[in-house]
Each structure stands twice: as structure tokens, then as C-alpha cells.
Design a protein around this ligand. Structure first.
Ligand code: SF4
Length: 332
């Protein structure tokens, strides 16, 4: 039997520790890191905590982009959301379903995860651990080395491929045992628990709910836009986003493309703006006025805006007075 196993590596301590515990029994681990537009490190996968911890225990790390399919899972989770807009049960089922393909490709007998019984109220209860592996089509094939002694034996333990006696009996929310073992194994570079997932953050959840309400087809670029800038809804339902600093302005400029329409300050230092649909004439002036509002006044100097090849000076119009843009998200 193959001494290979696949391990989900999130970048947090528990998952890398679980992989390291299995390595003690002579297994070669292939780590899988699932990247999505909801990761704080999206677009910078080489420098993620997952890459750091994989290096610290000397395993190969494959990065899998969860893409559009994952956005659909977030939008309609079969098992509901956690505290914010994090559908942890569906998310884990999704990741394990993808991991199963790699497990089969490598002819590995099981998948390792870092779940700890009772650590999280939603996804790490005994019944949900069972549900997750059942719905992923992996009954008896998900090894949770950190809590294995509290759980029914996996097939690998029953068949003697893995020595269950050498696995651990951690449960609950305390992280003292894990931190002690991290020191013992020399594991460094891990992130805070769930620290890399935007779906667990209130401010992001507010913006994402708004996006799902207004937009029937959400793309990774739409999600990326949620992570930066000041957000406004116009009366037409379209979104305008303004950069708050140079870094955000540059990222917004990089997002220009189909479905995204860019506005630049023409002759003054100020925010770049992007709109999620082709603006009407009135909307152009509304966006321009927002840009002026969030930039410094220049005494004696009129400020103008570039939209495509055209330059215009924003005006206050009667239609706009009747409908002001609405700010989206408390942090905007
Ligand atoms: S915290 Fe985020 S990445 Fe982790 S299981 Fe929940 S939704 Fe998925």
C-alpha cells in the first residue's frame, strides 16, 4: 500500500500539525492549498502562510484555484452560514471533493485534515464531521490526526496502514497542545485561526450580501473589488468604488475591463473610481462629484475628470439631487 497521503493545508497551525503527525508514520504528504478570491492572500499565493508552513515541514504544496464554482457554493450553501457569510460546512465539503480527485490521482488511501473536535461550533461537531465526509463521498477516508482518538477509526486505521495509537486526542478550543507541538516540530509561519478568510469578517460580509442581492452573476473580479475602496450604490443599482490610497487606486486601475468602467482624476490628486456598468450621462457626473468629495479642494482651480477619452467637469444636476448615492459597508 502506498505510503502517500494528501493533506489540506490552510496556513493555520492545526492543518500543518495534522500533516506533520502523519509524517511521523513514514507518509509522504502532498499538501493542498485552496485559493479563492475570498482569501486575503489571493493573487499572492507564493507568499501565503500555507506556503510558509509547507516549507517548514518540507512537503510539496499544490495550489488549487476554487474559481467560479466556489462562488456559487458561497451564494447558496446547502448547510447555511456561520456567524457572518462563512458557509464552513459546504466549504469543507467542496474542498474535500476536490482533494479526493488528487487522492485518487496519487493513489493515496486517505486525506488528512486539521479539524479538532469541538473547536468550532458549526463545522467541528461530531455530527458535522461525519456529515462533511459523507457528502464529499469520503466515508472513512478522512483522517483527523489531532482528534483521532475521539473519533471512529478510519479505514486506514482499521487496515493497519496508520497506527491509531500514535494519533492524538485533542478536543475543544484551547490551543495549548498544538502550540507545544508546533515548537517541538519546529513549525513556523502559521496564521491565526480562520485569519485568512474574508467570509468570517463582518464588514466584508455586509458588502458581499449587498453584491449577491444586486448581481445574479458574481465573478472573482467582483469579489476582488469588495476588498478595497469606498463603495456606493447608485439609484440604478450599479456600484461605484473609489480608491482610498495609491495602492487601491492602482488595483482599481488593474481591474478595468469588460463590465468595469474607469474614471480618473484628470488634473488633481484624488481617488480613481470604477463603475460596474456603462454609466449614463447623469451617472458620469454623480461619479465625478463623488471623486471631488473625497479629494482636497484646490483654491481657485476647477477639477475635472477623465472618462475614456473625454474630460468633463462634474456638475450638480436636478436628477442627482433627487437620488444620492448610498454608501455600502460600514468601513467605506
Ligand atoms: S473559515 Fe472560510 S475557508 Fe475556512 S471553512 Fe470557513 S468558509 Fe471555508
Amino acid at each position: 500500500m502506498s505510503k502517500k497521503a494528501v493533506a489540506l493545508i490552510s496556513g493555520g497551525l492545526d492543518s500543518v500539525l495534522a500533516a506533520r503527525v502523519v509524517m511521523e508514520q513514514g507518509f509522504t504528504i502532498t499538501g493542498l492549498y485552496f485559493s479563492s478570491a475570498f482569501s486575503k492572500s489571493f493573487g499572492n499565493e507564493e507568499a501565503t502562510p500555507a506556503a510558509r508552513v509547507a516549507k517548514s515541514i518540507g512537503i510539496e504544496l499544490r495550489v488549487l484555484d476554487m474559481g467560479q464554482e466556489y462562488i456559487d457554493v458561497i451564494r447558496n450553501p446547502k448547510h447555511g452560514y456561520g456567524r457572518h457569510i462563512n458557509p464552513c460546512i459546504d466549504c469543507k465539503i467542496f474542498m474535500l471533493t476536490k482533494a479526493k480527485e488528487i487522492m485518487n490521482e496519487l493513489e493515496a488511501p486517505f486525506i488528512v485534515t486539521g479539524e479538532v473536535l469541538g473547536q468550532r461550533p458549526m463545522s467541528q461537531r461530531r455530527d458535522t464531521l461525519h456529515l462533511i465526509e459523507r457528502d464529499a463521498g469520503l466515508k472513512g477516508m478522512v483522517l483527523r490526526p489531532l482528534s483521532a482518538k475521539h473519533l471512529p477509526p478510519t479505514k486506514a486505521e482499521e487496515e493497519g496502514i496508520v497506527d491509531g495509537e500514535k494519533l492524538l486526542d485533542i478536543s475543544g478550543r484551547s490551543r495549548n497542545v498544538q502550540l507545544h507541538l508546533a515548537g517541538q516540530y519546529g513549525i513556523t509561519g502559521f496564521s491565526a485561526p480562520a485569519g485568512g478568510c474574508l467570509l468570517t469578517e463582518e464588514h466584508f460580509a455586509e458588502r458581499l450580501r449587498d453584491l449577491f442581492t444586486h448581481n445574479p452573476s458574481v465573478t472573482p473580479a467582483d469579489i476582488r473589488l469588495l476588498t478595497l475602496g469606498r463603495h456606493f450604490r447608485l439609484e440604478s443599482g450599479e456600484k461605484v468604488v473609489l480608491g482610498r490610497d495609491n495602492r487601491e487606486n492602482n488595483t482599481i486601475i488593474s481591474l478595468e475591463g469588460p463590465g468595469f468602467h474607469l474614471f480618473l482624476p484628470h488634473d488633481f490628486p484624488g481617488p480613481v473610481a470604477i463603475m460596474t456598468a456603462k454609466p449614463s450621462d447623469v451617472e458620469k457626473h454623480t461619479v465625478g462629484r463623488l471623486m471631488l468629495k473625497y479629494s482636497k479642494e484646490l483654491p481657485g482651480k476647477a477639477r475635472s475628470i477623465r472618462y475614456g477619452p473625454k474630460i468633463f467637469a462634474p456638475e450638480e444636476r436636478a436628477e442627482e439631487q433627487a437620488s444620492r448615492p448610498i454608501k455600502v459597508g460600514s468601513g467605506a
